[in-house]
Design a protein around this ligand. Structure first.
Ligand code: IPE
Ligand code: IPE
Ligand code: MG
Length: 225
């Protein structure tokens, strides 16, 4: 049985979910935020130590400003209003990605939730925001170089935003596309990949449970036999 230390999810399909109901795309994002809560609780209760969720990519700035603003505002609301989710389930909040372009209000809310949850030890919930894997690797290499450290696999890993959470064991993408969209490329070098057509707002802990059951029984070889 494989242990699942690090689960990563590309939460895709919010826009199509809304469109199929003749709603506006942003309604899909709103519904998607509720699913985050269910999935985080499932992970906290099922012994998963690290859950990384792709919430906003470095490429998502290409969307219309109104949608970008909505997403960042939804993120702010989630962080401010969901404190109880973190406290009641002993979830510690982290982020990966370059936070520098965000408003001070958002940056302060992020810092505040990180501080408030720093002693929680059941689950690390890591939100990938303004995250791009290539950007993260470049920043990691520059950080290592600036401290005079030799570049090798270990030193790059140690300087990634995700250092400490371990490589991804299982990567799930909802919404039917079969691509990684610049998410955790380095950390997923040996991840098991699961693609489901379910749109993120329809994704349930029951489906997650099935995907994890399959993961647990997979023979992971890491190049050996
Ligand atoms: C994923 O849903 C959420 C984000 C990328 C923020 P999408 O908004 O990409 O939904 P689709 O892929 O257009 O259906
Ligand atoms: C990936 O979804 C980013 C997030 C889920 C945050 P996208 O919808 O942005 O990816 P592409 O454009 O289909 O590759
Ligand atoms: Mg999408």
């Amino acid at each position: 049985m494989n242990t699942l230390n690090h689960l990563a999810i590309i939460m895709d399909g919010n826009g199509r979910w809304a469109k199929s109901r003749t709603l506006v795309r942003t309604d899909g994002h709103k519904k998607g935020a509720d699913v985050v809560e269910n999935i985080a609780i499932y992970c906290a209760k099922n012994g998963i130590k690290n859950l990384t969720l792709y919430a906003f990519s470095t490429e998502n700035w290409k969307r219309p400003k109104s949608e970008v603003d909505f997403l960042l505002n939804l993120l702010l609301k989630f962080i401010k209003l969901k404190e109880n989710l973190f406290l009641e389930n002993s979830i510690r909040f982290h982020t990966i990605g370059d936070l520098s372009p965000f408003s001070n209000e958002l940056k302060d809310a992020i810092t505040n939730l990180k501080n408030k949850t720093k002693d929680n030890d059941r689950l690390n919930l890591i939100l990938a925001i303004n995250y791009g894997s290539q950007n993260e690797i470049v920043r990691a290499v520059n950080l290592a170089l600036a401290s005079g450290i030799k570049i090798n696999e270990q030193s790059i890993s140690n300087h990634l935003d995700s250092a400490g959470f371990g490589d991804v064991d299982l990567m799930i993408r909802t919404g039917g596309e079969q691509r990684l969209s610049n998410f955790l490329l380095w950390q997923s070098s040996y991840a098991e990949l699961a693609f489901t057509p379910t749109l993120w707002p329809d994704f349930t802990s029951q489906e997650l449970d099935k995907i994890i059951a399959k993961f647990r029984s997979t023979h992971r070889k890491f190049g050996a036999i």
